[in-house]
Design a protein around this ligand. Structure first.
Ligand code: FES
Length: 282
């Protein structure tokens, strides 16, 4: 651990109020919070070492032990528990030959259990390297481990387990927006209409979370803003949120079966999106 690197991270923060983000940055660099780093944070921010350690041990996301290259978290919250999460966790333990909180001997995978990942309706939920896996079963554990080790979780059009599928409907008239006749990435697409400089035409979106292609009837530039419309009732689907990545307005659709909302950036070339399930944004 380079003391100067830690000091640079701390000095980027703004003091006591930034302790959590300072610790996040240190953990991102070292995969855990070394003791020496905690001491430096205390000295540089003027907080007591007890307070800094209190923050580091309060949040389960922080680790005081080195973590593996990949991180797998299995939810054991109530909703996931009643859907069989214990069996899923037992299978991870068996296949990885470790207990929650431990890392495989080759330092490849750290495995932990958590209480709720905010996608209860789709449980059991497992998150590997930031990718959500829904409705995980004992049989799906092997695929998740293999894809995590191989680093193939985020490839567009890749493994069926890199995300989860959902069905979208119009938030105004409630009718389905799914189009089984035009699949994208092997899943039915979501079909809406969009107003562009070339006129009004259709746009199809993937229904598999983690895939971001936008297929349009008309050719438009990547910078073009698209006004989304329901193909059934003609309602403007533009919501009250702006994209966190490019500030363009976001189109809003309901996610069926999970009390959810999906927001997609209306700029053609932007992948900005937000999925909110049961009040939690993932
Ligand atoms: S209980 Fe598992 S995601 Fe909420």
């Amino acid at each position: 651990m380079e003391t100067e690197d830690i000091l640079n991270i701390i000095r980027k923060g703004k003091g006591k109020a930034e302790i959590i983000s300072i610790l996040e940055d240190i953990q991102e660099k070292y995969t855990y919070l070394p003791e020496e780093a905690l001491r430096l944070v205390a000295v540089e921010t003027g907080c007591s070492l007890t307070d800094v350690c209190g923050v580091a041990t309060f949040y389960k996301a922080f680790s005081l032990k080195p973590r593996g290259k990949h991180c797998v978290s299995a939810c054991l919250g109530t909703a996931c528990h009643v859907r069989g999460a214990e069996t899923v966790v037992a299978e991870f333990k068996r296949q990885l030959d470790l207990e929650p909180g431990e890392t495989t001997p080759d330092n490849e995978i750290s495995f932990e259990t958590v209480n709720c990942l905010g996608a209860c309706a789709l449980g059991p939920i497992v998150v590997s390297d930031g990718h959500y896996h829904a409705n995980v079963t004992k049989r799906g554990v092997k695929d998740i481990i293999e894809a995590t080790r191989a680093g193939t979780l985020g490839s567009i059009g890749g493994s069926k387990d890199r995300g989860f599928s959902f069905e979208a409907s119009c938030p105004r008239c409630g009718r389905s927006l799914m189009d089984i006749a035009y699949p994208i990435d092997g899943h039915p697409s979501i079909r809406i209409n969009v107003v562009t400089s070339a006129g009004t035409g259709w746009m199809r979106l993937p229904s598999h979370y983690g895939s971001f292609v936008k297929v349009l009837e008309h050719v438009v530039s990547e910078d073009a803003l698209l006004t989304p419309l329901c193909p059934h009732c003609g309602s403007d689907l533009q919501g009250d949120f702006d994209c966190l990545e490019c500030n363009a307005p976001m189109g809003t659709m309901n996610v069926d079966g999970g009390a959810g909302i999906i927001r997609i950036c209306s700029r053609k070339g932007c992948n900005g999106h937000m999925l909110t399930l049961n009040g939690a944004t993932i």
